[in-house]
Design a protein around this ligand. Structure first.
Ligand SMILES: C[S@@+](CC[C@H](N)C(=O)[O-])C[C@H]1O[C@@H](n2cnc3c(N)ncnc32)[C@H](O)[C@@H]1O
Length: 168
């Protein structure tokens, strides 16, 4: 690992173990999370027309102090899979990959956000984060140990999703 990568990982780990606080913007920079120009080519409007019942808003992403509490509470093990359905730019999975030894899956419907996550994974040198570009409603969750769902759906799609997980 390069010394730059080590420094970035150390910022996240120190925040996680409580030995040094860091703001969300410092953590975003350390994790190489870089939101792009979302509607440069009109793709967002096209997706909104196609999947009108989905919440593409990025607002309401999980803040890092809450992500820290999640990973402190669950402490995932190497054989486990943590999945974020509606991963946005990957704040949760990339933070997790710095502090937990399990495998991560980021499912995101918007191609621009998936491309940004691919770049982040490459820059962080992470091999344990799988990025799936697709609809969280149609994925298989059988191997998932922890599933994070932070408001990707409006109520009717959310009800379908819960029904799918419950096997109804
Ligand atoms: C509020 S953001 C949450 C991001 C991240 N999970 C977090 O907690 O910080 C919700 C994300 O879900 C995505 N999304 C919406 N509908 C989706 C679907 N059907 N499948 C996959 N992703 C979806 C949106 O594009 C958005 O990036």
């Amino acid at each position: 690992m390069s010394s730059e990568r080590r420094t970035r990982a150390a910022i996240v780990r120190k925040f996680h173990d409580g030995s040094a606080e860091a703001s969300d913007s410092i953590l975003e920079r350390a994790l190489r999370i870089a939101p792009g120009d979302e509607d440069r080519d009109g793709a967002l409007s096209a997706l909104l027309q196609r999947f009108g019942n989905q919440n593409f808003s990025f607002f309401g992403g999980t803040p890092f102090h809450e992500i820290r509490e999640i990973f402190r509470a669950i402490s995932p093990q190497p054989h486990e899979v943590f999945c974020d359905a509606g991963a946005g730019y990957g704040h949760v999975v990339f933070y997790g990959a710095c502090v937990a030894p399990c495998r991560f899956r980021a499912i995101e419907i918007l191609p621009i956000r998936c491309a940004a996550m691919q770049r982040t994974a490459q820059q962080l040198g992470l091999g344990n984060v799988e990025i799936v570009e697709g609809d969280a409603l149609t994925q298989n969750y059988d191997d998932v140990s922890y599933l994070l769902l932070n408001s990707p759906f409006f109520p009717d799609a959310a009800a379908q999703f819960i029904g799918k997980l419950a096997g109804t």
